[in-house]
Design a protein around this ligand. Structure first.
Ligand SMILES: [Mn+2]
Length: 433
């Protein structure tokens, strides 16, 4: 078992966290509980991102504990012990001895975790833990009112990616981009959304990867539903399909959206909306500059979309009226672009570290090492009753999303190998059907 980072990188993360914690502290970072789908059939297991970040433990039932009772920090990882009878059914375990190669001072059986933690919390003044992750830890600590959430310290750390983290994210974006190309290649009129999903997720598996969130494959009007993932309709000749799918490499996500016609040829109304969304996306990417505010990205995409909707005759008002309150962005353009422009990306697809507008309406300042998505869209669901949908664009839902690394030299598009120009897409769709 090779960990995705050198020990020194994990130790460095631990030390940066410890430097922020007071004397007489105990830190408890549990992993996620297993979840069951049907009787004894479990959902595929995914470890908690904080334990992955601090020590790389990927298996169920792990707890990373650290304390500075003796004056210096000591770390211990509790893991499931070897157990032949269970391993015959569930697979081999790393075990207490095997776990000693993980970046901790000591390892012990998960069966001793409860007594160890009880002892340490009885004489520690400061308990740091993430509640709501592990039912065992929650049961032990839930009634105490002296618990501090270490995420307030960890999240800003996770927001800035190291060069090795960026390598994993670049790899996830490369595999994700290639998977979208595969999907375009196999498309043909009448294709099932599930077959496009299969082309994409099959490619992830070919690359020893897996999805980082359930793939969205919305043909025709299904593309106007933001979190559609039923993926069980056929996509008719003349319709677009909106594909929002990404994968994970060592826990790090990619998140890419492309929208294209299944017959390989955009209609004029589709082209009008597509070119507008693409223009907004490029403006959003251009706004991803070191030192800029988070909200400047949303301002950039919003201005392009609102101006374009006026130009296309969808909105009949001034640009300021279309955008509305400059902090809240609540003008009528929001009838057709109702989500944010993006989010941070990392161990969680909607990664930690803010990215919503703060009280000042500006959000965090962009810094080198941050990775985020830019994903404007326009949605004209003809089925909607809340707003009048222009006939020419009825049924069109388009989103374009890329993964962007902030650097001192400007934005780097990690998913740049995924085609998005109309000409490129029209040349690829259907060539492998
Ligand atoms: Mn996204």
């Amino acid at each position: 078992m090779v960990l995705p980072f050198k020990s020194s990188e994990y130790i460095n993360r631990q030390e940066r966290l410890f430097a922020e914690l007071p004397e007489s502290s105990v830190l408890i970072i549990p992993t996620n509980d297993r979840k069951f789908r049907s009787n004894d059939v479990g959902y595929p297991y995914r470890a908690n991102s904080y334990i992955l970040y601090l020590c790389g433990w990927e298996e169920p039932e792990g707890v990373f504990v650290a304390n500075n009772k003796s004056g210096s920090w000591e770390t211990i990882l509790f893991v499931p012990p070897r157990d032949t009878k269970k391993e015959i059914w569930e697979g081999k375990r790393i075990g207490v001895d095997g776990a000693t190669t993980w970046p901790v001072n000591a390892t012990d059986s998960i069966e001793s975790a409860e007594s160890y933690i009880s002892e340490y919390i009885s004489d520690s003044h400061n308990i740091f833990t993430t509640l709501g992750v592990s039912s065992i830890i929650d049961d032990m600590l839930n009634n105490r009112d002296d618990i501090t959430d270490p995420r307030a310290i960890l999240d800003p750390m996770r927001r800035i990616k190291s060069s090795r983290e960026i390598e994993h994210m670049q790899e996830a974006a490369r595999i994700g981009s290639e998977a979208h190309i595969r999907a375009m290649e196999v498309a043909l009129p009448g294709i099932g959304e599930w077959r496009i999903q299969s082309a994409i997720e099959g490619y992830f598996m070919d690359c020893k990867s897996q999805w980082s969130y359930p793939s969205i494959v919305g043909g025709g009007e299904n593309g106007t539903i933001l979190h559609y993932n039923t993926n069980m309709s056929e996509v008719n000749d003349g319709e677009l399909v909106l594909v929002d799918a990404g994968c994970e490499v060592h826990g790090y996500a990619s998140d890419i959206t492309r929208t294209w016609p299944v017959n390989g040829k955009f209609t004029d109304p589709q082209k009008e909306i597509y070119e507008l969304v693409l223009k907004a996306e490029l403006a959003g990417i251009e706004a991803c500059q070191n030192g800029s505010t988070w909200v400047s990205i949303h301002t950039a995409t919003s201005q392009v979309l609102a101006a374009g909707l006026i130009e296309l005759g969808v909105l009949d008002c001034t640009l300021d009226e279309a955008i509305g309150d400059p902090v809240k962005f609540d003008g009528p353009y929001r009838n057709f672009f109702m989500h944010g422009t993006g989010h941070f990306l990392g161990l969680d697809v909607h990664d930690v570290g803010g990215g919503r507008q703060g009280d000042d309406g500006k959000g965090p300042i962009l810094e080198p090492g941050m990775v985020l998505t830019v994903e404007p869209g326009l949605y004209f669901g003809g089925w909607r009753t809340d707003v009048e949908i222009p006939e020419r664009y009825s049924g069109i839902g388009i989103r374009i999303e890329d993964d962007i690394l902030i650097t001192e030299e400007g934005p780097v598009v990690l998913s740049s190998s995924c085609p998005k120009e109309i000409q490129e897409i029209e040349m690829i769709v259907g060539t492998g059907a």
